[in-house]
Design a protein. Sequence first.
Lengths: 37, 150
Amino acid sequence: MFVLVRTIRSTKLIDIDAAAARWATRYADAIGANLGE
Amino acid sequence: LQRVDQAQSSALQEATQGLKDELRQETAAVLGTRVSLTWRSRFYPNRGDSRGPAGFVWSKAPRIIDFWSAQRVVTPLGQAFAIPGEPGHQAPRPQGDDRRSRAAIWQAAGRSPERRQHRAVRDAAALEERQRLPRTDQGPRARVEAPNGC
C-alpha cells in the first residue's frame, strides 16, 4: 500500500557547510603549527 | 619555500581526510553506514609545476545527501511521491498454535478466507479462458525479435 504525496519537506540533518568551515579553520591552524615546528 | 609547501601540503591532506571522516560519521548517524561510505576524498599534493595542493571531498550519492543537507520543500519530477504505508495487504503471519489453521488467522484478523477463495476461483477461470484462446505468434515479443526490414 502506498500513500501518494505532492511535496515533501526535507530536514537538515547533515551540515556539510559547517563541517567544511570547521576544517578550513583547522587547516589554517595546521599550516601555522607545521611552520612553527 | 619548500618548507612552506610541505607545511601546506600536509595540513591540507589532514584536513581533507578529517573532513571526509567527519562527514562519514555525521551521515552514518542519520542514514546508516552504507550511505556514509559514499563519501570520497582525493588529495593532490604540491609537486612539480602544480600550482598548489588541493583536496576534494564528495559523495557518490549526491541526491540523497542533498535531500538531508538542507531544509526545503521537495516536489516530484512526476505527479507524486509514492510513500510505502502500512503493510495492510499482507496476510497476517502464522504464529504459535495458529500455524495449523490459516483460515483461523484470517478470521482473527477480521478478513474472510472466502475472499481469498473467490479470488483464486476467478484467477483459475481467467487461466482457463486464456488457455482456450488460440495461440498466435503475433505478440509484441515476436514483433520485437523480427529482423530489420520485415
